[in-house]
Design a protein around this ligand. Structure first.
Ligand SMILES: *[C@@H]1O[C@H](CO)[C@@H](O)[C@H](O)[C@H]1NC(C)=O
Ligand SMILES: *[C@@H]1O[C@H](CO)[C@@H](O)[C@H](O)[C@H]1NC(C)=O
Ligand SMILES: *[C@@H]1O[C@H](CO)[C@@H](O)[C@H](O)[C@H]1NC(C)=O
Ligand SMILES: *[C@@H]1O[C@H](CO)[C@@H](O)[C@H](O)[C@H]1NC(C)=O
Ligand SMILES: *[C@@H]1O[C@H](CO)[C@@H](O)[C@H](O)[C@H]1NC(C)=O
Ligand SMILES: *[C@@H]1O[C@H](CO)[C@@H](O)[C@H](O)[C@H]1NC(C)=O
Ligand SMILES: [Zn+2]
Length: 935
């Protein structure tokens, strides 16, 4: 899941970033252990502790974040009993017990297993019981304790375990069913005036250990026999199908006991347990039972139908793509009212935010639908790549997430062939990640295993480099190998490592073997040597093609070219660059640029032929040309609109041709680039001429859509035409086109006058709500707020929640900001995105900055770290004062690394410095350019 700033564009596509893990919700580690350690030098043995409590000092001879390799689990039997009624202390809890069976691989007298935030309640004087499985005899324990700093339960034995023998450890425990959206947590929703509760889980990356003691590392695969105890009127779900569900009376109450089939060997982070009163719709696909679960009301309103319709085709697509049948007997997908990420690929029980699974054709927009299709495809892709074959450690997360992100476009394209969705990967992923990867404070895709060991370090990996750059370099690899060959290597890789774990080099090996079997492909070097340069170096090259001399050069692209690169690279920041290209519209033979400078006379061009390289942005790099070629390309754009490749570097010049253009890709691409201009200048005098210019450019597009949609009463039929209609309104209204603002206010007023009939087409709601609220006052705002609170469809609630951030009134925005801290008003999962929406608003951004500083303690105590908030609020930062405040942010607010990663902070500081520099250099020319071009 990429973190990311929230942009208003096509809300559902851009607003919630592609997410399949969690937004790195890391809870503060206690520091008390460090203090205690000083009093316990490792050389002296501690006295046996007989009545351990979680706060007692704990002598752990194994002082590391990673588990020792002496014990390897083979299976667990876990019973969990969540209580959806608060107990005496007003707390929601769960009870449980677990038996883990493990083999002793190396003689040891120490059991170290993950456990965090659990109260261990095992009878007897120790926190666990250990037994020899073959003899059923107990193993004597010297002492047991909790190493809270490393999140371990430590059991020191009185004798060594025997190598090769199998043991089991039994624990009883209780835990809190919190509302923190991680571990075993509760989610709430209203139905028929009643508050309903759901117990559900989010284990990735390191929360399984908060649900039961376990060897919580991805390589420690084992089978799980799960039992859930629950209100007999509720359903219980887990990764596997149900064996049976019986009712028993304990005490006075009757309980349902649901037992599940053993899972295949799998990683702990893919487990899921849910107790809820949801309903499902189902279908059978090649003998696999597919079910879509959601709130009863949502199912009754058929909001799950679309997901059910496309799941079968997408599963079939991946079965054929990977040449391996779906590995499980069932596939459940469930939409949860509270969910921190976008979705989570738990094996056989995928969890989603409602907006990522549910779709209502009458209320949701086209982009909502596209979001559902791509997220489902992403999660289902993981059922093989990630779940069946798992990367051994989190440092290779990029392979897992980059791959799923890449193939999610293939899967969604299969389900919706008319959408041409494969092109959109460039818009959704490349521009954003280029902006991060062009910073000196970026990082390589792959980090050493040793660099990633704590939960905090693991959580920080869920960023746009991992997701978007990961997808981009794999797409490039598939591009130069051909998709056919890529899939060939992939199949043998999956076949060899199923139910097991790998490192990314294993995939390169399989691709290499496939390449070696082919005669018709020549690579300049091995797959591994080519890919190492993309995977082990941060950043990307800009390739400059001089069509006059025929020279090609490559250079590490940095937003600040004068900066010293602080991170060294064994490859000196040169890449092996695959170059696809065309000359005057005719595709030419691909070639490789292997050195910093090379001559290739074929790229020489005469006075009329233009050269264009990196067709479809298959390569993860940027291209620059000599001025003559740029001019020929621009001429081409002006003359002939069917050649469709816009060089993004010519941001301003390319926008001159937009007024003739009606297509989405060039518009969206240009608007993305212009977004930066608008962030930098919307608080300056450049804003006037910039708006005048954009108004002029967008008017023909606005008129065009007004015309073909019978005055906005219909929508165009094409998928991307529908998006561009939204873009037309967005750009027109934002830049003050009067008839656009009138349109927004008129439609919204009609709705206020008759709230039971919303006259606004679903596709247009996001932008119409926003612009009507921006133009309106408290009456418009309060109306939307009331609709928001009563919205039963989450996509609708999300659009309103965004629209509410568009007000131009400071006091209204301030009030709204306060609401984000109240979970009764704004769900926890929506709190940070909402604050980010407000900071996108030029009126709101300084309010948000003050707010973050004033409430940093509250924000840091929540389960979400401040990273995405800081990324959002600093987008516009471009003054010396802002830079100074940012540099003082951590010390003057006591913000810990747990709440805000140093990497995010240094990226924000670097970006601010670059913005200041960029404005200094460009403000005058940009002002002049807009002034002279807005006539
Ligand atoms: C899980 O159940 C299977 C099938 O009943 C059984 O063979 C296995 O031993 C069980 N595993 C554990 C850890 O109890
Ligand atoms: C786990 O708890 C359940 C419910 O209380 C109980 O039936 C079961 O025997 C327990 N298992 C163990 C191994 O203690
Ligand atoms: C286990 O074996 C190691 C190495 O042989 C030894 O140092 C240690 O004292 C043994 N532990 C116990 C509890 O006997
Ligand atoms: C765990 O134990 C602590 C200290 O005794 C107590 O405050 C807390 O409520 C317990 N939590 C649960 C979930 O039982
Ligand atoms: C268990 O109890 C529930 C609620 O009373 C009932 O609907 C269900 O049919 C019962 N299940 C069994 C297996 O008896
Ligand atoms: C699901 O498929 C059915 C049958 O093809 C179709 O009638 C229905 O409109 C589809 N629903 C959605 C929401 O796409
Ligand atoms: Zn994913």
């Amino acid at each position: 899941m990429a973190k990311g700033q929230i942009v208003s564009k096509v809300l559902a596509v851009f607003a919630i970033v592609v997410v399949a893990g969690i937004l790195g919700s890391i809870i503060a580690l206690t520091t008390s252990y460090v203090e205690e350690r000083k009093n316990h030098p490792l050389t002296t043995l501690p006295p046996p502790i007989t009545t351990p409590s979680p706060d007692a000092p704990c002598f752990n001879p194994w002082d590391e974040s990673r588990l020792p390799d002496s014990l390897i689990p083979s299976g667990y039997s876990v019973t969990l009993w969540p209580s959806l009624k608060p107990n005496d202390e007003d707390m929601f809890t769960f009870k449980g017990n677990s038996t883990v069976v493990f083999k002793c691989e190396k003689k040891t007298d120490l059991i170290v297993i993950h456990s965090r935030l659990l109260n261990l309640t095992t009878k007897g004087k120790h926190l666990a019981d250990v037994r020899d499985v073959s003899s059923s005899k107990s193993v004597d324990i010297q002492y047991s304790c909790l190493d809270t700093s490393n999140e371990f339960l430590v059991v020191q034995l009185r004798s060594n375990l025997t190598e090769g023998k199998t043991y089991e450890m039994i624990t009883d425990f209780t835990g809190e069913l919190s509302d923190d959206l991680v571990g075993f947590y509760r989610s709430e929703y209203m139905e028929g005036g009643d508050k309903k509760l759901v117990a559900t889980t989010q284990m990735q990356p390191t929360y399984a250990r908060t649900v039961f003691p376990c060897f919580d590392e991805p390589a420690m695969k084992a089978h799980f026999n799960i039992t859930l105890i629950h209100d007999p009127n509720l359903v219980a779900l887990s990764n596997s199908p149900v064996i049976d569900s019986v009712n028993r009376t304990f005490g006075k109450a009757e309980w349902g006991i649901t037992t599940f089939h053993p899972t295949p060997d799998m990683s702990t982070y893919l487990l899921a347990f849910i107790v809820c009163d949801f309903k499902n719709i189902h279908a059978l696909n090649r003998n696999v039972s597919i079910r879509i679960w959601a709130r009863p009301e949502a199912i009754a309103e058929q909001q799950g139908d679309y997901a059910l319709n496309i799941t079968g085709p997408i599963l079939q697509y991946f079965e054929d793509y990977y040449s391996i049948p779906y590995p499980l007997a069932k596939s459940d997908q469930i939409a949860l009212p509270d969910f921190s990420a976008g979705a989570m690929e738990n094996w056989g029980l995928v969890t989603y935010r409602e907006t990522a699974l549910l779709y209502n054709p009458n209320i949701s927009s086209t982009s909502n639908k596209e979001w559902v299709a791509t997220v489902i495809a992403h999660e289902l892709a993981h059922q093989w790549f990630g779940n069946l074959v798992t990367v051994r450690w989190w440092n290779d997360l990029w392979l897992n997430e980059g791959f799923a992100t890449y193939v999610s476009y293939l899967g969604a394209d299969h389900a919706e062939p008319s959408w041409n969705i494969k092109d959109l990967i460039v818009l959704h992923h490349y521009q954003k990640v280029f902006a991060v990867d062009a910073l000196n404070s970026s990082h390589p895709l792959s980090l050493d295993e040793e660099e990633i060991s704590t939960p905090l370090q693991i959580g920080n990996l869920f960023d746009s480099i991992t997701y978007s750059k990961g997808a981009a370099v794999l797409r490039m690899l598939s591009g130069f190998l051909t998709e056919n060959l890529f899939v060939g290597g992939l199949k043998t890789y999956l076949e060899q490592y199923k139910y097991n774990t790998t490192v990314y080099q294993d995939l390169w090996d399989h691709l290499q073997q496939t390449v070696n079997k082919q005669d018709n492909i020549t690579l300049p070097d091995s797959v591994e040597n080519i890919m190492n340069r993309w995977v082990l170096q941060m950043g990307f090259p800009v390739v400059t093609i001089n069509t006059t001399t025929g020279t090609l050069t490559q250079k590490h692209f940095l937003l600040d070219p004068s900066a010293e690169v602080t991170r060294s690279s064994q490859f000196n920041y040169t890449w092996f660059v695959p170059v696809s290209w065309m000359k005057s519209g005719i595709l030419q033979t691909d070639f490789w640029l292997l050195n910093t400078s090379e001559t290739n006379t074929t790229v020489k061009s005469n006075s009329t032929d233009w050269v264009l390289a990196n067709i479809n942005c298959t390569g993860y790099y940027r291209v620059n040309y000599d001025t003559e070629n740029w001019n020929r390309l621009l001429q081409q754009l002006q003359d002939n609109f069917t050649v469709r490749y816009i060089p993004t570097t010519l941001a301003l010049h390319t926008t001159k041709y937009l007024s003739k253009d009606k297509e989405y890709m060039p518009w969206e691409s240009a608007i993305d680039n212009l977004g930066y201009f608008s962030l930098m200048f919307d608080r300056t005098e450049v804003n006037g001429p910039m708006q005048t210019y954009l108004r002029k450019q967008v008017t023909p597009l606005f008129d065009y859509f007004e015309n073909i949609t019978a005055n906005w009463t219909e929508v165009p039929s094409g998928h991307t035409d529908q998006y561009n209609q939204v873009t037309a309104i967005e750009v027109a209204c934002e830049n003050g086109l009067k008839k656009c603002q009138e349109l927004a206010s008129r439609l919204y007023r009609e709705w206020m006058d008759n709230p039971s009939v919303n006259p606004i087409h679903p596709n247009l709601k996001t932008t119409i709500y926003c612009n009507a609220i921006a133009a309106g006052g408290v009456e418009e705002w309060d109306f939307a707020w009331e609709r928001f609170q009563n919205a039963s469809i989450t996509t609708e609630a999300d659009k309103l929640r965004y629209g509410l951030s568009c007000s131009k009134h400071i006091w209204i925005l301030n009030r709204y900001l306060k609401y984000t801290l109240d979970p009764e008003k704004i769900r926890k999962m929506d709190s940070i995105p909402t604050i980010n929406y407000i900071s996108r608003n030029v009126v709101g951004q300084s309010l948000v900055w003050d707010f973050i500083r004033a409430y940093s303690t509250t924000i840091c105590s929540g389960s979400s770290p401040m990273d995405s908030l800081l990324e959002g609020v600093t987008q516009r930062f471009s003054t010396e004062l802002e830079l100074k405040q940012l540099q003082q942010f951590r010390p003057s607010n006591d913000i810990t690394e747990d709440c805000l990663s140093t990497r995010t902070l240094s990226q924000a500081i670097e970006r601010t410095q670059l913005n200041i520099k960029w404005i200094n250099e460009n403000k005058d020319p940009v002002f002049n350019w807009f002034t002279s071009n807005s006539l």
